[in-house]
Design a protein around this ligand. Structure first.
Ligand code: NDP
Length: 311
């Protein structure tokens, strides 16, 4: 009944370090690092940031994939993952706070004309410009789950008008919550900023295409911290070039790292950040330990993903 850790990232946590942190909490449990063919039939749980090619197919007794993060789109889409294998994710408390801060930072950058003043200051020029008023500003938050819900509440707490959007109806104090595809175009027309923290699913992929972008309020800014495939990037560039949108802040891209020749890098209305809006994973060790124990005890798992819905 072994646990396999499969991370393989240069700039992130080493598997051996994670094993050393987990081991005292799971006495007697074999914990392997990286794919090891000799141990493959003992592995019941895989803790991983993504499913590397051949891993799912090479673990005949795998029961659970624990994503060491929040987005599970690539895991649930893996054709080698047997239907009976369950998928869990981390509850992203730290990334939720960080992504909310990220969205706020870029909204305030616009509200307070920060780039304008920085450029003028660099030239020694004293040029006034009226800041935008919070009470007259509407922020739309797409996705009202762990991260989006927190983001929406943060904006509401600062007295922005906040409209939230989810797949199924939600009720959150201080947020005008709307749900379902039909509600989206009308909502977009009301928002000065649209912050997306949606997962990548068959329903969200390519959602922001040329047609949907026409419903956004003229001059509004889109911030994407969910998944890059939400937006058809060529259509976004066309909307920005036509001056229908005021700007885009993209922490995620349809291809990551964003290719060097992507026009997004050099577009004057686009800010690209390298998928860093949510960084820290505070619940990693306790969640992996707890889900291993629950799996062994046949108890409900924490933060289990609905594989059919894709999130
Ligand atoms: P949750 O599963 O908690 O919430 C997802 C939200 O999206 C829910 O409110 C859900 O609606 C809504 N949603 C899903 N599909 C649709 C749809 N078709 N139409 C409308 N709403 C939809 O996820 P998290 O908040 O924890 O994370 C969201 C995503 O953020 C992750 O999947 C990941 O891709 C991304 N992420 C990005 C990071 C970064 O650094 N940039 C870091 C961490 C995560 P409902 O409430 O009805 O279920």
């Amino acid at each position: 009944m072994a646990l396999l850790l499969d991370i393989r990232q240069e700039n992130w946590m080493r598997e051996e370090d994670l094993r050393d942190e987990l081991a005292p909490h799971l006495p007697g449990v074999p914990i392997y690092c990286s794919f090891d063919e000799a141990a493959a039939d003992k592995v019941v749980m895989l803790a991983s940031i993504k499913l590397y090619p051949g891993v799912a197919a090479g673990l005949p007794n795998l029961q659970l994939v624990q994503k060491l993060g929040a987005g599970v789109d690539a895991i649930v889409a893996d054709p080698d993952l047997k239907p009976a294998v369950r998928v869990t994710r981390l509850k992203p408390d730290a990334p939720a706070r960080e992504i909310a801060e990220f969205c706020l930072a870029y909204v305030l950058r616009e509200q307070r004309n920060m780039l304008f003043h920085q450029a003028n200051a660099a030239m020694g020029q004293w040029v006034e410009r009226e800041p935008r008023e919070t009470l007259k500003t509407t922020v739309g938050v797409l996705g009202l789950g762990h991260i989006g819900g927190r983001t929406a509440k943060m904006f509401a707490g600062l007295e922005f008008n906040v409209i939230g959007w989810s797949r199924t109806p939600r009720q959150i104090d201080g947020i005008d919550c709307r749900a379902g595809d039909n509600a989206l175009p009308g909502m977009l027309g009301e928002c000065d900023y649209v912050a997306s923290i949606l997962p990548s699913t068959p329903q969200t992929r390519g959602l922001f295409d040329a047609e949907l972008l026409t419903h956004m309020k003229p001059g509004s800014v889109i911030i994407n911290a969910g998944r890059g495939d939400l937006i058809v990037e060529d259509d976004l560039i066309a909307a920005l070039d036509a001056d229908r949108l005021g700007g885009a802040v993209l922490d995620v891209a349809s291809e990551e790292p964003l290719p060097e020749d992507s026009p997004l890098w050099r577009h004057p209305k686009v800010t690209v950040t390298p998928h860093v809006s949510g960084w820290h994973l505070d619940s990693l060790v306790p969640d992996v330990v707890e889900n291993y124990k629950r799996l062994m005890d046949g108890k409900p798992l924490m933060n289990e993903v609905d594989r059919a819905a894709g999130y």
